[in-house]
Design a protein around this ligand. Structure first.
Ligand SMILES: Cc1cc2nc3c(=O)[nH]c(=O)nc-3n(C[C@H](O)[C@H](O)[C@H](O)COP(=O)(O)OP(=O)(O)OC[C@H]3O[C@@H](n4cnc5c(N)ncnc54)[C@H](O)[C@@H]3O)c2cc1C
Length: 204
């Protein structure tokens, strides 16, 4: 049983995983099991070229960010399980947990984060009740989002990134994933607002 399972290995999913990964050594996260279904084939990063993102060298390719993100997670937070080469087909909601069905296996999780992008049709079964037209793109683009309030679709079910209804910009998607990450840390920390800041120790 995962405590948290993040679905989608794009901008928002990997940002959420990095924030949660960075807290796994904190006392409130002791023993927590976290996974990321790191499917990247259909990420909008695959064809993107970035000139307008703070901190990224102009000309950075989205496909490189996909590889770098996975390696960053592996190197820094190896205790976070990366599930590769699997695609989610269905989410089943039981009383106190979710069952996530992929094309290969089934997983159970107490909390899940859907970060699969705003492309239509949305193909994960079990979430039909929450799909609505995307509120921040031109209607003719036919994008979708999940109904949510501050990323929460229903208790323990979060949505992040463009699928949460945000405009499709890299930094917005990353910020949305990071926000959900800190929301989950806050839950684990008994509702005490929680963030994770690394600090340099040798500055003058
Ligand atoms: C051509 C192009 C150029 C762009 N240029 C810019 C730019 O210059 N500046 C800028 O700020 N933004 C740009 N963007 C937008 C940016 O790429 C997106 O805003 C960002 O990728 C959205 O992040 P996301 O996490 O919502 O979705 P994505 O990054 O698309 O991630 C969704 C992830 O979910 C996975 N997934 C989908 N279905 C499933 C499933 N059933 N099971 C498991 N995983 C699944 C996908 O493979 C993917 O990895 C561009 C986008 C495109 C397409």
């Amino acid at each position: 049983m995962f405590d948290t399972l993040i679905i989608g290995g794009g901008a928002s999913g990997m940002s959420c995983a990095l924030i949660i990964g960075s807290a796994l050594n904190k006392p409130f996260a002791e023993g927590k099991k976290v996974g990321l279904i790191v499917h990247q084939k259909t990420s909008h990063l695959q064809n993107a070229l970035f000139n307008n993102v703070l901190g990224l060298t102009p000309g950075t390719l989205g496909e490189d960010i996909l590889k770098i993100g996975k390696n960053q997670l592996t190197d820094l937070y190896p205790e976070l399980t990366q599930i590769k080469n699997e695609k989610v087909c269905e989410v089943k909601n039981y009383k106190s947990y979710f069952e996530v069905v992929t094309n290969k296996k089934n997983y159970t999780a107490k909390t899940i984060v859907i970060a699969t992008g705003y492309t239509s049709p949305f193909t994960i079964k079990g979430l039909e009740d929450y799909i609505i037209p995307h509120q921040m793109t031109k209607p003719e683009k036919d994008r979708v989002q999940l109904k949510n309030s501050l990323h929460l679709v229903k208790p323990n079910l979060y949505v992040a990134g463009s699928l949460a209804g945000w405009r499709s910009q890299f930094s917005i998607a990353c910020g949305s994933g990071a926000q959900v990450g800190t929301d989950i840390l806050t839950l684990w920390n008994n509702g005490e607002h929680t963030k994770v800041h690394d600090k340099r120790t040798n500055h003058i």
